[in-house]
Ligand binder design. Structure first.
Ligand SMILES: [Fe+2]
Length: 263
């Protein structure tokens, strides 16, 4: 099984609301889709870990749907802090098996793997939260079945390397989430976004990946207090290769992006 993991497309039908987002973000997403569909071995599923839209209007999601239309594999997405629940559900509810309101969470099988999505959005806030109801729902889901799980969550529950990122990460539900993941009978791969820099780590006994953003990317800022610099460079998304014997490997797919003129 091949699972593609992207994040933070920040697409808007009009001008972006977020200052560092490149004006050609929709075109960057189109390039990624075209590149993915040209791969000789295409992913079996595409997972996008939030900030799919930049402002979250119906027009934004309609544009995103048009951009993603050439893809032929099942699509899964969770909301980020720049998304809006109602329009996301309206536009993608026929593609992603969202649970009933209020949260945009889901639990689905794709071949031999399980995809679970969590909704960490706090409307109007940058940081994220998981409430007890959603955590109890997750615990119940993980208690049954033993297929490898790809758990999607926009806000990382772990430290991302500097004070700016850590202050805007998952701020509620972290200890309980760690407890649930440590108790899971199935292996869990935790997939996040939000940080706009691609990296791997380990948390609560799980492999964890953060996918970067084609809309804007941060440079290194290890142990710094301030926001890291925004940089030019290729975009990297992750191809997760889940093998039949339950071993797995993660490979970057690098996409060259045109140089930003505003940096
Ligand atoms: Fe983002």
């Amino acid at each position: 099984m091949l699972i593609a993991h992207l994040s933070d497309l920040h697409i808007s039908a009009g001008l972006p609301e977020t200052a560092p987002v490149r004006r050609d973000a929709p075109e960057m997403a189109r390039r990624i889709v075209a590149d993915m569909m040209a791969l000789p071995q295409k992913p079996d599923a595409l997972l996008i870990t939030g900030d799919v839209a930049d402002g979250g209007s119906i027009a934004d999601y309609d544009l995103i749907r048009t951009i993603l239309a050439p893809l032929t594999m099942p699509l899964f997405m969770v909301p980020g802090n720049h998304d809006q629940r109602a329009p996301m559900r309206t536009t993608f509810g026929g593609d992603v098996p969202f649970a009933d309101a209020p949260f945009l969470c889901f639990d689905a099988m794709v071949g031999s793997v399980r995809i679970i999505g969590l909704d960490s959005l706090i409307p109007g806030r940058v940081e994220g939260a998981l409430c007890p109801d959603q955590l109890n729902w997750l615990a119940g889901r993980l208690a049954v079945g033993d297929a490898p799980v790809f758990l999607m969550l926009h806000h990382p529950p772990f430290a991302s390397g500097n004070a700016h990122w850590n202050a805007t990460a998952l701020c509620e539900g972290v200890p309980r989430l760690a407890e649930i993941l440590r108790a899971s009978p199935a292996p869990v791969r935790l997939l996040c976004g939000h940080v706009h820099q691609a990296f791997h780590t380990e948390w609560a006994g799980c492999y964890a990946a953060v996918a970067g953003s084609p809309a804007f990317q941060y440079g290194f800022g290890f142990d710094a207090q301030e926001e890291p610099p925004i940089i030019d460079g290729p975009y990297a998304w992750w191809m997760h290769h889940q093998r039949a014997d339950r071993s797995f490997a993660v490979h970057p797919r690098l996409i060259a992006l045109p140089q930003r003129k505003d940096l």
